[in-house]
Design a protein around this ligand. Sequence first.
Ligand code: E4P
Length: 246
Amino acid sequence: MEIYLDTANIEEIREAVKMGVVSGVTTNPSLMMREGRGDYRQVTQEICYLVQGPISAEVVGTDTQQMVKEAREIAQWSPYVVIKIPLTPNGLEAISILAGADSDEENICQGCTWVKDCPLDRETASDLALAFGIRTNATLLFSTNQVLLAALAGASYASVFVGRLDDAGHEGMTVVAEAAEILATYGLDTEIIAASIRHPLHVTEAALAGADVATVPYAVLQKMVRHPLTDVGIDRFLEDWKKVSS
Ligand code: E4P
């Protein structure tokens, strides 16, 4: 299972990337608001530059054509961008229209100020855009059937909001486990993202339930790293080394 970071905070992303365990990022309009950032394109392009992996950016339109139009624009920001689309009837229609659609690979990375420092050269960026096409992440999924529908419509990713389900008194992780089993049984290649992760145990449970990705807030990642016995162990090693080496 891969770990994505669920944030629009650039500093958190810089710190997490250094650890070498984060392979993507998910953002949404609420996370942008939390950072006080309305420049969605610039933030997303900086995250793509830092992470060099799948970065989800969400449409705000609710009508099918609006969503498709926004998705086509967002897809030009970077070959790494994945378009987040809420699971509604219009959202499903937009996902199915975009499934297998090409981005304009000649004009990829439009307006990106990171182009000259980016490890991705122009040619590779175009090749990746051509290979990926427009990828979607069906978001705000709260049931197994919604995951199945997202997969049938051709979504690249399906985000199950585990924490919000738990908050509402349901077993959020059951949806991930059921969906993983169904997608495997029927050979549907949509990747399941365990989203709305609240604590480290959710991450372990997501991995055991068969999620392809867990997208975690930075605070949860920090909690996953630390263990009090690791700190005690380091202190003891250092004290013992001082005694023997002095
Ligand atoms: C997923 O992609 C969402 O950004 C996120 O996980 C929502 O989590 P929340 O319930 O903490 O807002």
